[in-house]
Ligand binder design. Structure first.
Ligand SMILES: [Zn+2]
Length: 118
């Protein structure tokens, strides 16, 4: 028995350098995205037989207030409290500032929803 390699698609992955990007957070992500777009344009301009290009990225979300990794409460009972601690499903876990902002935005969304359905 011989294992035979078969494929319909082959991809080239190009990792963009973060050399000289000194900013953090969203600015850093935008700078990396800008570099990726330049590389993509160069590939389209200078390389033959490329069927398609796309820009993909991986990373984690962080909180704009405390910069910790973004995590949300997932468990919630019918009153909207998680684990009896008074948190709502989807509410950020990291800090009070993020919780307050999230609750204010949710209250606005809920009020707008009630107006729309009334
Ligand atoms: Zn936070």
């Amino acid at each position: 028995m011989t294992k035979i390699f078969q494929t319909e698609s082959v991809y080239v992955r190009v990792d963009v350098s973060d050399y000289f990007i000194l900013s953090r957070g969203t600015e850093r992500a935008q700078a990396l995205l800008g570099r990726a777009q330049l590389v993509e344009e160069s590939i389209k301009r200078h390389v033959d037989d490329v069927a398609a290009t796309s820009i993909e990225s991986d990373g984690d979300y962080s909180c704009s207030h405390c910069e910790l990794e973004w995590e949300e409460w997932e468990e919630a009972d019918e009153e909207g409290s998680a684990a009896g601690l008074g948190f709502m499903r989807g509410e950020p876990m990291c800090c009070d500032a993020a919780s307050e902002e999230w609750r204010e935005a949710k209250a606005k969304r809920d009020a707008a929803g009630k107006k729309a359905s009334a």
